[in-house]
Design a binder for this molecule. Structure first.
Ligand SMILES: [Fe+2]
Length: 697
């Protein structure tokens, strides 16, 4: 285990903007007054980013009456036992209006791989609930590591039953099989909120909950978005009032990274995009960063200075961003200040076997090319969501296409669509500086498994419309396979071919083994192999890759059930029905795993085995499992010799479950890879443990 001096610990706490609580070698019985008053702490407690000797602790304690608005203090205690007879660390932490009465404490001097309990109290002893947390194992600890990864919880139109199920299973697990932490890969909040009266029909299958009213909100179409830090704080507070989420935060340390919705739905850098119009939003990016900093106990770097417990936002203005550098980074000073106000990418270590490298996919990325207005000419209502793969590759690579010889136009059926990307740099999602950091971390990692926590998915999502029998619909205007436009859920690392290729080539060239990517954002479960290209190009996997279903946000299958045109000739490929089915089935899973012929066979016979027998083997050699309609969470279990991911899928979380188990399970699927050696190809084996995800395999 690494030891750290008290002094350098204090410096670390200051750098993280947290109060320090240093562990004592001799535990003592608590002497501070504490009686539980959860109403004083309406957002509960949380812990985050554990290391082997320290962890961040969090709560919020707003003033009980309006006069008490000056700075106050909370006592925090950390103990080895739930009854606080063995308190190992205590401190007084300041809270103030400047940080919206949130409190961040770094508890240090702790022992590795150990459960601790913590609680807060004010001067009168009015106490928070008791939280539980777990430190990381020491770097030389070779024991297995187990953690959950999640993403996309939507309290506006869904329930957080997945957390209840996770708690239920963890409480019943043997001590050594319990989760060490929960990795949250973003969309912790959805900043776009529908007020129930704006959409009386609800959202797809769901009713809308009246969760927040933005004091300074802006209405866009029929929804509302935050504009100032007070609005962003309000949405975090309301999400944290969910009892299942609150209980989960009180049970495990969370490791949180933002995705898009912590700032803005289609946001990138300091920009927002609504109705096809991109607009500067630097002030909102800073506000979003401030609220994230205040509400998530995470080891984030804040360049604004060492003040304790305060964000100190840089002053920025919403100024047009017109000049982008050779990596697509907007050089406008307010943009650079806004995205620089908080650095989220970081690496954390759990023992000998896990290094988790977490990246930021929104703050430094260049514009998503398939979502641009000019790209509309490369799609058609005849083929909903589909875009020729070669067109996406040309748009992604920009000026670098074909060794620096991009075509002037892109063929689409009989049309020649101008290549609007031909003078622009290749798409980047990480940005140059972060990518350099990421590759160095990968190269230098000594952990058995180098796990890339990428908020956006890396696995290709494609279909084979070139194999449609003629006469069903118009001729496919592409040269071969189809990818999906960003509006169908990509716009992620699966279509950032150049950048993904650079990363995967780096992994192969440096002989890096034990490489795994885990992601969220797609609202669907995916298991497969990490490869930069698929047939007819050379398929050379360099790692394993997974995507977790959403906790509660609606997925594509639900959207298709409600929105896919009823009489469309390609309906069997998306939400088809066999002769005996009384409702639409998630045949898009078949489309992605096996191809168009399997989908058409299913619509004809309703026989899933016959459908799978017509699988196109070149379509998705990288995939073992796809469920575009799945909700729930994923559990990673690693040892020195293997990497295992389990998908725990629950029914559509339309309403909160009354039960202690979070409601029934739809299925449990496990995917396992043994550690491969340099030069060997990783392999993944899937096993269905419960239920029958029949369209997914
Ligand atoms: Fe999401």
């Amino acid at each position: 285990m690494t030891t750290i001096s008290r002094r350098s610990f204090m410096e670390m706490a200051i750098a993280l903007g947290a109060t320090a609580a240093w562990g004592q070698p001799f535990p003592a019985r608590s002497s501070a007054p504490w009686h539980e008053r959860r109403d004083f702490y309406p957002e509960g407690v949380a812990s985050g980013d554990p290391e082997s000797d320290s962890v961040l602790l969090w709560t919020r304690c707003p003033p009980q009456n309006k006069d008490r608005n000056s700075a106050g203090k909370l006592n925090v205690e950390v103990a080895e036992d739930e009854s606080f007879r063995h308190v190992v660390a205590a401190a007084e932490a300041p809270i103030s209006e400047a940080s919206d009465w949130t409190c961040r404490v770094l508890a240090g001097g702790l022992k590795p791989a150990k459960v601790y309990w913590y609680r807060f109290a004010d001067a009168e002893g009015n106490g928070s609930r008791i939280g539980r947390t777990v430190t990381a194992p020491a770097e030389d600890d070779a024991r297995p590591v187990r953690f959950a990864f999640v993403s996309c919880q939507n309290a506006n139109d869904g329930a957080q039953n997945a957390y209840r199920r996770m708690i239920f299973e963890d409480e019943r697990a043997a001590e050594q099989d319990r989760l060490g932490f929960v990795l949250h890969l973003g969309d912790f909040i959805y900043e776009i909120v529908w007020y129930p009266e704006d959409r009386p029909q609800g959202m797809y299958d769901r009713r809308l909950r009246d969760i927040v009213r933005y004091e300074h909100g802006e209405k866009v179409r029929d929804f509302h978005i935050p504009t100032v830090v007070g609005d962003y704080r309000a949405i975090y507070r309301n999400y944290l009032h969910d009892p299942d989420l609150q209980d989960a935060r009180a049970r495990w340390p969370f490791v949180c990274m933002w995705d898009n919705h912590e700032f803005s739905w289609l946001g990138w850098q300091g920009l927002q995009k609504f109705d096809g119009v991109t607009r500067p939003a630097q002030t909102r990016k800073v506000a979003a960063n401030q609220a994230f900093f205040e509400y998530q106990p995470a080891r984030l770097f804040k360049p604004s200075g060492p003040s304790l417990n305060q964000f100190d936002p840089p002053r920025v203005a919403d100024a047009p961003i017109t000049h982008f550098d050779e990596h697509g980074l907007g050089q406008e000073p307010n943009n650079l200040a806004a995205i620089g106000s908080l650095r989220g990418y970081r690496a954390l270590r759990w023992g000998r076997n896990v290094e988790l490298i977490i990246t930021d996919q929104r703050s430094y990325r260049s514009e998503e090319p398939t979502d641009r207005a000019e790209a509309k000419a490369l799609s058609s209502d005849d083929f909903p969501g589909l875009m020729p793969q070669e067109a996406i590759e040309i748009l992604d690579a920009g000026s670098a296409y074909d060794g620096g010889h991009p075509p002037a136009s892109i063929k689409y059926g009989g049309a020649e669509v101008p290549n609007f990307r031909r003078e622009q740099p290749p798409q980047t999602i990480l940005g140059a500086e972060q990518k350099a950091w990421f590759l160095e971390r990968l190269r230098n990692s000594e952990a058995t498994w180098k796990i890339w926590g990428d908020t956006v998915a890396t696995l290709d999502m494609r279909a084979d419309p070139q194999n449609l029998p003629s006469g069903i619909t118009a001729a496919w205007p592409g040269a071969g396979y189809a990818g999906f436009a960003a509006s169908y859920g990509t716009g992620d690392h699966s279509t950032a071919y150049v950048e993904r290729g650079e990363i995967y080539d780096f992994v192969r060239e440096n002989g890096i083994t034990g490489f795994a990517t885990i992601a969220g954002d797609r609202h669907s479960f995916w298991a497969g192999l990490a490869a930069k290209a698929l047939p007819p190009k050379t398929f050379e996997p360099v790692g394993v890759a997974f995507v977790t279903g959403s906790i509660s946000a609606p997925g594509m299958v639900e959207a298709l059930e409600h929105g896919f045109p009823k009489e469309h000739p390609l309906r069997p490929l998306f939400v088809g029905q066999g002769p005996a089915d009384t409702r639409p089935q998630p045949t898009i899973n078949l489309l992605l795993r096996h191809g168009v012929r399997s989908c058409l066979e299913y619509a004809k016979s309703g026989d899933i085995s016959k459908a799978r027998a017509l699988s196109n083997p070149d379509l998705s050699p990288h995939l073992s499992f796809v469920d575009m309609g799945g909700h729930g969470y994923a559990v990673v279990h690693v040892t020195r010799g293997m990497f295992e991911t389990e998908f725990v899928c629950i029914p559509r979380p339309i309403e909160r479950s009354d039960g202690t188990d979070g409601g029934p399970l739809l299925y449990r699927a496990r995917h396992r890879a043994n550690l491969w050696r340099k030069g060997e190809t990783p392999k993944l084996e899937s096993q269905i443990l419960e239920g029958d995800p029949r369209f997914s395999v």
